[in-house]
Design a protein around this ligand. Structure first.
Ligand code: AMP
Length: 201
């Protein structure tokens, strides 16, 4: 199974990706996690990405596309993968399509987590108040607001892009975590069922 989790920062993509990874024994490819690891290692990519990430801007397409392309070819992706935080631009989505095509692969679904932006900002404020010092550098309300603007401008256009190709499934991301996970399983079963029917017909 191959899928994309789409949604604004703070929507719970990482949490749901981990659940899916455990449940379906597929790899979680989080470009955010991979970039944070690169920053920690002080690698060349990390040095380029660090300030951009703290500001909440997007790391250049060529860097993230290369990271994902290296990972998709790895053994642990042979059973499938969940892309969490990639693609974030139309150029990244197009590069992904080329990559998948080259490997004779296709996407089962693009799952959009729909959330309320004001409620997300409130969640971040709560996390910082409860846990000062133990949160990510970019986990401030100001950074979140900027990341939401970037999402709206650069990433949200992917929703209509994928709706157009018929793979988009939307889920209410404001529900409790277990309910969101249940809804994701339901839309995935539906997507795969439709797929099986199309192949049979
Ligand atoms: P995330 O953990 O997915 O919220 O990502 C954290 C930060 O990493 C983002 O705010 C971006 O600066 C960078 N990043 C992660 N994924 C991408 C991507 N696909 N394209 C560009 N930048 C990314």
């Amino acid at each position: 199974m191959r899928l994309i989790l789409l949604g604004p920062p703070g929507a719970g993509k990482g949490t749901q990706a981990k659940r899916l990874m455990d449940r379906h024994a597929i790899a979680q490819l989080s470009t955010g996690d991979m970039l944070r690891a690169a920053v920690k290692d002080g690698s060349e990519i990390g040095q380029k990405a660090k300030d951009i990430m703290v500001r909440g801007d997007l790391v250049p397409d060529d860097i993230v596309i290369q990271i994902v392309s290296d990972r998709i070819e790895a053994d642990d992706c042979s059973n499938g993968f969940i892309l969490d935080g990639f693609p974030r631009t139309v150029a990244q989505a197009e590069a992904l399509e080329t990559m998948l095509h080259q490997h004779g692969l296709s996407l089962d679904a693009v799952v959009e987590l729909q959330v309320d932006e004001e409620a997300l900002a409130a969640r971040v404020e709560k996390r910082r108040a409860e846990n000062p010092g133990a949160v990510r550098d970019d986990d401030t309300v100001e950074a979140l607001r900027h990341r939401l603007t970037v999402y709206r401008e650069q990433t949200a256009p992917l929703i209509s892009h994928y709706r157009g190709t018929g793979v988009l499934r939307s889920v209410d991301g404001m529900k409790p975590i277990d309910d969101v996970a249940g809804d994701i399983e339901r839309v995935l079963a539906e997507a795969r069922g439709t797929d099986a029917l199309q192949q049979a017909g």
